[in-house]
Ligand binder design. Structure first.
Ligand code: PEP
Ligand code: MN
Length: 263
């Protein structure tokens, strides 16, 4: 029997991270693709204020090209956790290797397993064993059964604090970065008790599409959003084209709150 399955219709698992309840609350996670600099990160988080539930920021970046910015590493982690502590926001950080989990899991509130590492079983296992809440992204070429097998590695270790994240899959269409699979979001809600979040930023690859995809994800039943927001997107050292400005993020949240009254 698979642990991710719903045992009865409507069953939904939930868990707390600080004041947040994944599975019950609609969760807003936002921050830059990569942590770059402390003052502007703090100012941005202050601007988002109560409209931000959890602060994200990459410090160990898995980049397609080895010549791209790969993050500030440990220094970036210190910046992110300092800002998180000052603003009383939990932080989400991606780890790429089991050793990073061993060294740094104690400093973060939630671990992200990125799309590229969905198939990294030693990493899944070690992240699960840390006991930390985990956000597991779907690989851009993974079937839902492969995603659910990956999450099973986490659940099998006795770690139930896990959410799935749809971030777009590769399709035949070259005009945008990925195709946001909202059918998967609806279907996953039907078959698994685990919360499902959506990352429209990596799906679109273009900030002008992010708001609409985010609202569509909310309508499709997602239980939260993961959004890339940068204080000054054109200067972003990674994924500049898809980053929202703080104002665009606030505007999206305002619209989402209005839309949710109809759902
Ligand atoms: C990210 O969220 O920083 C990221 C690298 O996303 P993905 O793993 O979905 O490409
Ligand atoms: Mn990114």
């Amino acid at each position: 029997m698979n642990l991710f399955e719903k045992r009865y219709p409507g069953e939904r698992s939930s868990f707390q991270v600080g004041d947040l309840n994944f599975g019950m609350d609609f969760v807003w996670i936002a921050g830059p693709c990569a942590v770059e600099e402390e003052t502007s990160l703090q100012q941005m988080a202050e601007t988002l204020g109560s409209r931000l539930d959890m602060l994200r920021g990459g410090v160990f970046k898995p980049r397609t090209s080895p010549y791209s910015f790969t993050g500030l590493g440990e220094e970036g982690l210190s910046i992110l956790t300092r800002v998180g502590r000052k603003l009383k926001k939990p932080v989400l950080v991606e780890f790429l290797e089991p050793q990073q989990v061993d060294e740094f899991a104690g400093e973060v509130d939630m671990i992200q397993i990125g799309a590229r590492n969905m198939y990294n079983y030693p990493l899944l296992k070690r992240a699960a064993q840390s006991g930390k809440p985990i956000l597991l992204k779907r690989h851009f070429a993974a079937t839902l059964d492969e995603l659910l097998s990956a999450v099973e590695y986490i659940l099998k270790e006795g770690n139930e604090k896990v959410v799935l994240c749809e971030r777009g899959i590769r399709s035949f269409e070259p005009r945008y970065r990925n195709c946001l699979d909202l059918t998967a979001v609806v279907h996953l809600q039907q078959i698994t008790r685990l919360p499902v979040l959506v990352d429209p930023s990596h799906a679109a690859g273009d900030s002008s599409m992010v708001q609409k995809l985010a609202l569509a994800a909310l309508s499709a039943g997602a239980q939260g959003l993961l959004l890339e927001v940068h204080p000054n997107p054109i200067c972003s050292l990674s994924d500049a084209a898809q980053a929202l400005t703080p104002q665009e993020y606030l505007n999206l949240r305002f619209k989402a709150e209005k839309l949710s009254t109809f759902l």
